[in-house]
Design a protein around this ligand. Sequence first.
Ligand code: ZN
Length: 494
Amino acid sequence: MNPDQAYAELIRLSRTESILSSCAQLLQWDAEINMPRRGVEHRGQQMGLLAGLAHERATDPLREELLTVVEQSPLVADPESAESVNVRELRHDYDRATKLPRDLVEEMARVSAMSSQAWAEARDKNDFAAFEPWLDKTFDLARQKADAFGYDDVRYDALLEDFEPGMTAAQLTPMFEKLRVELVPLVDALRDKPAPQVKGEFPIERQRELSEGIARTLGFTADTGRFDLGPHPFCSFIGPGDVRIALRYRADDFSSGFLAVMHETGHAFYELGLDDEHYGTPMGSAVSLGIHESQSRLWENYVGRSPGFWRHFYPGLQREFSDALSTVTIDTFRKSMNRVEPGLIRVEADEVTYNLHIIIRYELERALLDGNLTARDLPDAWRQLYQQYLGITPPDDKTGCMQDIHWSEGLIAYFPTYTLGNIYSAQIFAAADSDVGPLEESFAKGEFAPLREWLREKIYRHGRRYKAPQLVERATGGAADSKHLVASLTQRYM
Ligand code: ZN
């Protein structure tokens, strides 16, 4: 087979695999939005079949042959060409998929299913002892997995590669340390600064219309995406031209539903902004979870909380919810969205304290993986760090170390991507603002295309051409640095 044919075949296989996994995505979306409860067992069989087919294809030895033919050809002479990127990334994925022994993959799937069930029960009963052996087992399997993948420096890097390719603990640790050192006093200074509270009724049907209308104004069009009510907010990418957002609203609070719309719309823009021509190949795929989260956070925090944005939208909002808002000024309304209050629960945390929740998890999961901390000692270590960084101590493990599902499912090294998203978003927004800003002024006129176009050009269209740290550096002119996030939080909150 000549290199051109081999490349065409690789692309065909990659696309087929993406289409297969998009079928699983659609089934997953349907399970959350539409499926009757008793359909769960059959849906499990459907998902299992698709996962098996995808794994079989991803590890097919034919890939090795095709990759070898193309890797030795002039097709990959220019390292930034679409061909080179696709071959480099398909090789990366193939090597990782084939490095894990089958029995380890099966054992991880089995333990993850049981452990997440044990976690849910233990959390409800506030019984850490019942979860502890599962946590031990999960971290033991994570060590085996990391060893099967291999690593240069520390085991953690081998796991991080699944979520933030190219990032290492050696880069993360000083970045997080610097952020923590600046956040702790900032949180302290904001602790006693009262923020106004806006109380009132916000009928859900009207919130829905209004929030969806705002997303349309931002550029999320009805012919490429839909909204549904769901059990929790999420964005599901089915394929080019089909992105689905699920939302949840609260009648006593406008901002939680609204900020979720902004967040998920940011995720949707990234997926919709990938190049359709490269669909199903690395060049047409999102680069990392951190970059994905940077896009959602950018629209949520740098657009959805900005004064310019509300100069445009607040009069309409005030008319719509006149009972609750007729006497509330735009300034009070905005400040009410920006409350800072150290709390125990990560998913309810404000924009400033959120990153401390993540840094705590990062430190603890690294210690658990290295064996410097045992599962048994986790609750104590958790309480200590919450006291040290946030000045609060959880009264129990339910609101402490058992609040998140991630570790029980074997998702280790996933948490840092949330804070990376926050760090990247501040830096990316600052660069966009200096290139095509002041963006506040476009927002005040209801114009969002300049920001969207800039993001398409600098972030979306590159797919996996660059690793996340390089992509950020190319888009912003500097290496990823938490100083942009600290500067923005200080400016907006102090
Ligand atoms: Zn997100």
